[in-house]
Design a protein around this ligand. Structure first.
Ligand code: ZN
Length: 225
């Protein structure tokens, strides 16, 4: 059945449009290999950790890929955010989880926590891409996903805002349910993109205010630096 469908509608790589092999999902092996990994964890200069250092306490902050406008990474993020492709986010999350488990970036993490989306936006989109990514990381790294963080109010789109405006816009967006469950645990927040870091910062502040005994790491699929 699948073979017949593959002949009629061949599954193509999202990046280079070549037909995919049976064991490939969304990306061919070559494009998967060539994804622009940040490799921050191997470098002395770590822009993700520098971005949050001194602002909030965290164990690790990392971005798997580098984001740039017009790149294949930007196209894939657009696909899974706006073109109803949650399985692409899941698949990329799985790759990220597998690689981070091998290199130790997720070492000591007790649970993954996707950055939540307000229920109305989630209902309109049909899914939350950060949750799909986290579910992929769960498959790749074998860590549980918990959802104690909630978006208690919607926020305006932030693309044209200054950093100060973004921070103000995100204030009070997140709430924490059952904070006692987080006490003493090392929780890794998971999101798709980090540009200014205002969303991660707001989520982290809400978590630490509600559960000060919780330790936090921050992980995104791609960041702009
Ligand atoms: Zn390809």
């Amino acid at each position: 059945m699948w073979r017949a469908l593959d002949i009629l509608f061949p599954r193509l790589c999202r990046v280079c449009d070549t037909p995919l092999a049976d064991d490939e999902e969304h990306l061919c092996a070559l494009c998967q290999e060539e994804l622009p990994r940040s490799l921050y964890h191997l470098r002395e200069h770590h822009p993700m950790e520098e971005r949050f250092a001194g602002i909030i306490p965290f164990v690790r902050a990392d971005s798997w890929l580098l984001y740039s406008r017009g790149s294949s990474v930007a196209d894939m993020i657009h696909d899974f955010k706006y073109r109803r492709m949650p399985s692409l986010a899941r698949s990329l999350g799985r790759m990220m989880g597998e690689e981070y488990m091998v290199c130790g970036v997720l070492g000591g993490v007790d649970a993954l926590m996707p950055v939540p989306m307000h229920w109305w936006k989630r209902a309109c989109r049909g899914y939350n891409q950060a949750e799909e990514l986290a579910l992929g990381v769960r498959e790749g790294a074998g860590l549980p996903v918990i959802t104690n963080l909630r978006a208690v109010r919607p926020h305006r789109t932030q693309t044209s805002m200054t950093l100060g405006g973004r921070v103000r816009n995100m204030r009070g967006v997140f709430g924490v349910s059952r904070p006692e469950e987080l006490d003493g645990r090392h929780v890794c927040l998971v999101d798709d993109v980090c540009t200014t870091g205002s969303t991660l910062l707001s989520a982290a502040e809400a978590l630490l205010a509600a559960a000060p005994g919780c330790r936090l790491s921050l992980l995104v699929m791609a960041s702009t630096v």
